[in-house]
Design a protein around this ligand. Structure first.
Ligand code: FAD
Ligand code: SIN
Length: 536
């Protein structure tokens, strides 16, 4: 299956193509370069667009005195609600500290304490201070700055911006050997083209735009997961969409990207209050406001439903150095008419992170030979049913390095793409808004068989809105459609509640569901799924 697009008018090539310029793509590209392989890095918008630059809280790694990878592992497994892949978590937490040191060696500067040590804070689900941060709450911007500077200094990495990857090119025997892409450029590389490579790494980030309100930027339309599905790759755990508990509530008609109020604000002492001014997390979990994210999101959602209000409150007025510690959050609150040093902040959950994605092994291989996936696009199994805060930037660093090492060790010959064999499709950009509304309504924080079936029926109606006019909005909308379908299918199949998947009609966690749902699409667009045991 492919997206409808014009015939490629130009060709490029490199040993390895990396798609995406977030922490995952940049880390992979930089690590590949130490081997001398040529790298083509393509990215949909401006090079610094993506979730990475928005990251606030920080990077989790066992670097503090007395902390160990084993303690980090325990917290990760608890947050993951029984569905983490233990081997993937081991890799994440044990290779994490070295990956962070390498990032520092590449120029990233983290905040220091008064004694000159790296300052560590806390976030939900962490039993100790373990989170490195930069610029107070601008960690992602610093990570992005440092990695981009390194990439821009490397003449062996060719970058094409405003390059939306459409589909993977496969050889006759089903191995990835390139991509088709659309570039808004100048000169010979403009419009639809193709790029050939010996290995392709998808690092296209998240899919938050499937929902009406999200912390994710507009580029997060899940293109890489949709492209991998069309190429025949397996995806897993897609029902586990993490809703961040504390997103600045503006009003229900404000769609798209919303300002995040980092969990680190609660880590520094902010309290959640209901409309009666009472703390409501205290008797819900021993960690109260710092319980794992899914638990806090569910309680906020319950408070909102029971009170008939649209949000709860976050009281950060007790944080003496708020302005210095959280400058980004301070200015986004002020821009919305709230002074967080004096006033309560209205907050509500919004879609934030895809714990699932393209199923990969410990070296980032997807089920399609020569095709790798890294970062939020991938499902390594390290996050299980709910990602532990600040484990995502870490995952990009750790697995980006592993993928690069694996490609260097195993890269194969150049292959020729097979003839295109039809089965192209494209949906109208007009589906985007109703799709987002239907997903937020029926497949959000809380789901049930009824709500999911209603969402599925909206999706089926939207599928009839075909388009014959390829354009960026149509490609993105069609990708959103495929992902929405995958999420709803898995959410319907999982008849239990676990982590960030909350079924009101199946409120308990079931031992029978200690399994992962794996989905795939065949060449004609038929879906299938199967279950696999998880070893955690
Ligand atoms: P991204 O950084 O999203 O990069 C994806 C790239 O792919 C972009 O360059 C995009 O333009 C490109 N792309 C997408 N589609 C295409 C296409 N079709 N063709 C070509 N290019 C494409 N995690 C933490 O660990 N700690 C935090 O403190 C934290 N805070 C967060 C705060 C916010 C507001 C958000 C949104 C997320 C936060 N996260 C945090 C999550 C974390 O930032 C992301 O999961 C992580 O940055 C993802 O990195 P990535 O490289 O996989 O994707
Ligand atoms: C936050 O700062 O609350 C976001 C952290 C994360 O998503 O890991």
């Amino acid at each position: 299956m492919k997206l409808l697009a014009g015939a490629p008018g130009w060709t490029a090539q490199a040993d390895v193509i990396v798609i995406g310029s977030g922490v995952a793509g940049l880390t992979t590209a930089l690590n590949l370069r130490s081997s001398g392989l040529s790298v083509l890095l393509v990215t949909k918008s401006h090079i610094n667009e993506g979730s990475t630059k928005w990251a606030q809280g920080g990077i989790a790694a066992a670097l503090g005195p007395g902390d160990t990878p084993d303690q980090h592992k325990k917290d990760t497994l608890i947050a993951g609600a029984g569905l983490c892949d233990a081997a993937a978590v081991d890799v994440l937490v044990s290779e994490g500290p070295e990956a962070v040191r390498k990032l520092i060696a590449r120029g990233a500067v983290f905040d220091k304490s008064d004694t000159g040590e790296i300052a560590l804070t806390r976030e939900g689900g962490h039993l100790r201070n373990r989170i490195l941060h930069a610029g107070g709450d601008a960690t992602g911007a610093e990570v992005s700055r440092a990695l981009l500077a390194a990439v821009q200094n490397d003449s062996g990495i060719e970058v094409i911006e405003h390059a939306l990857v459409i589909d993977a090119l496969l050889s006759e025997d089903g191995k990835a050997c390139g991509i088709t892409l659309h570039v808004i450029g100048a000169g010979s590389r403009d419009g639809v083209g193709r790029a050939l490579a010996r290995a392709v790494v998808i690092a296209t980030g998240g899919l938050g735009q499937v929902y009406s309100q999200t912390t994710n930027p507009p580029v997060s339309t899940g293109d890489g997961v949709a492209m991998a599905l069309r190429a025949g790759a397996k995806v897993a755990d897609v029902e586990f969409i993490q809703f961040h508990p504390t997103v600045l509530w503006r009003d229900t008609s404000t769609g798209g990207q919303q300002p995040l109020i980092s969990e680190a604000v609660r880590g520094e002492g902010a309290l959640l209050l209901n409309h009666r001014g009472e703390r409501f997390m205290v008797d819900k979990h021993p960690l109260a406001e710092l319980a794992p994210r899914d638990i806090v999101a569910k309680e906020i959602f319950t408070q909102i439903k029971e009170s008939g209000q649209q949000h709860v409150w976050l009281d950060a007025t007790g944080i003496a150095d708020f302005v210095e510690r959280f400058p980004t959050i301070y200015s986004s609150c002020m821009a919305n008419g709230i002074d967080p040093t004096k006033q309560l902040i209205p907050v509500a959950p919004a879609s934030h992170y895809a714990s699932g994605g393209v199923l990969v092994d410990l070296n980032g291989h997807t089920s399609v030979p020569n095709l790798y996936a890294c970062g939020e696009t991938a499902c390594t199994g390290a996050h299980g049913a709910n990602r532990l805060a600040s484990n995502s930037l870490l995952e990009g660093l750790v697995f980006g390095a592993r993928i690069a090492a694996n490609i260097v060790a195993t890269i194969g010959e150049w292959l020729t793409p097979a003839e295109d064999i039809g089965n192209e499709f494209l949906l109208s950009p007009n589906i985007q808004l109703p799709l987002q509304l239907a997903m937020s309504q029926g497949a959000g924080v809380m789901r049930s068989e009824n709500s999911l079936k209603e969402t599925l029926s909206v999706l089926e109606q939207l599928a009839s809105m075909q388009s014959s006019q390829p354009c960026i909005e149509a490609w993105e909308s069609t990708n959103l459609y495929l992902l929405a379908k995958a999420i709803v299918r898995s959410a319907l199949e999982r008849t239990e509640s676990r982590g960030s998947h909350w079924r009101t009609d199946f409120p308990e966690t079931s031992q029978d569901w200690h399994k992962r749902i794996i989905q795939e699409l065949d060449k004609k667009g038929n879906w299938s799924s199967h279950l696999e045991e998880v070893y955690s």
